[in-house]
Design a protein around this ligand. Structure first.
Ligand code: ADP
Length: 265
């Protein structure tokens, strides 16, 4: 009888523990889903805001053109630069949304062929020329003279670099400096992208690569963004067998380091 009682009590104690564990799991899952839902609704309002800004600039230019009888060649070039720059910004946003959606569904494919890293970097910087000039950025580029050939998906890598550069532009207020340093050693290529912007708080650092994640910090929330850029960057870099790390000091700036294997091609 004693044995039966002990067995029955032990069984019910185990059942209770299992039940408690299941309740804890369900509650953790519920709060994870609630957080994801909140991030998604922030995302929808952020995307709408991000779409609105370039469209407003383009509309203002159209209204100016309608109201002006004569336009000088200088004005025409300025207007065209705004339209081009803002359209590129819209395309980047749409590319990121489509890309992360493919990544989340496991449908993102990369197409590799041989490209010169120097050209990809130069084109990525050129596509942000308008934003860099508009914000008065000092751009420092230190790339080895000898061209570095890599096996890569050119579009994806270029998108990743543009995303990194545009983050430096977005998150720098006082000191506006973008530095790109490329070095090569032991079969690896390092691409360092640094700025002297607001930096990243230690609490945010472990989460910045998560899809939709944006810091709660007021200075970050006041800047439009979708929380997709670093997801695209990390996926692209890792699909090239590379890695990305970040080093940041709040108030002083941030450096992202991309390391790619320099397989001979
Ligand atoms: P978004 O910039 O649209 O918010 P990202 O995925 O590109 O999304 O970046 C995620 C977060 O990482 C940003 O919200 C910001 O908090 C932080 N971050 C990324 N790059 C920088 C940078 N260069 N300086 C400061 N913070 C950055």
């Amino acid at each position: 009888d004693l044995l039966r009682t002990v067995v029955s009590q032990t069984t019910s104690a185990i059942e209770q523990i299992l039940l408690q564990r299941e309740l804890l799991r369900q509650s953790a899952e519920a709060s994870r889903l609630a957080e994801l839902n909140q991030l998604k609704s922030y995302f929808v309002s952020n995307v709408s805001h991000e779409l609105q800004t370039p469209l407003t600039s383009i509309r203002i230019i159209a209204e100016l053109l309608q109201s002006k009888k004569r336009i000088s060649a200088k004005e025409k070039n300025e207007f065209l630069a705004v339209i081009e720059g803002e359209s590129k910004r819209l395309s980047r946003l749409i590319d990121n949304v489509l890309d992360v959606s493919r990544i989340e569904q496991g449908l993102k494919r990369y197409h590799f062929s041989t490209h010169t890293l120097n050209d990809v970097l130069r084109d990525a910087l050129a596509s942000l020329d308008y934003q860099l000039k508009l914000n008065g950025f000092d751009v420092i580029v230190d790339i080895p003279k000898k061209s570095i050939k890599l096996n890569m998906d050119r579009d994806a890598m270029s998108q990743a670099l543009v995303n990194l550069f545009s983050n430096s532009i977005k998150y720098s207020f006082k000191e506006k400096m973008l530095k790109v340093v490329v070095s090569q050693q032991d079969g690896y290529v390092d691409i360092r992208v640094s700025d002297r912007g607001i930096g990243i708080q230690p609490d945010d650092l472990p989460r910045i690569f998560e899809t939709f994640y944006r810091s709660d910090d007021e200075s970050i929330q006041s800047i439009s963004g979708t929380g997709l850029g670093l997801t695209q960057i990390r996926h692209a870099v890792e699909s090239h067998n590379g890695s990305i790390t970040v080093d940041s000091v709040p108030g002083l700036g941030t450096t992202f380091l991309i390391t790619l294997p320099a397989r001979s091609v």
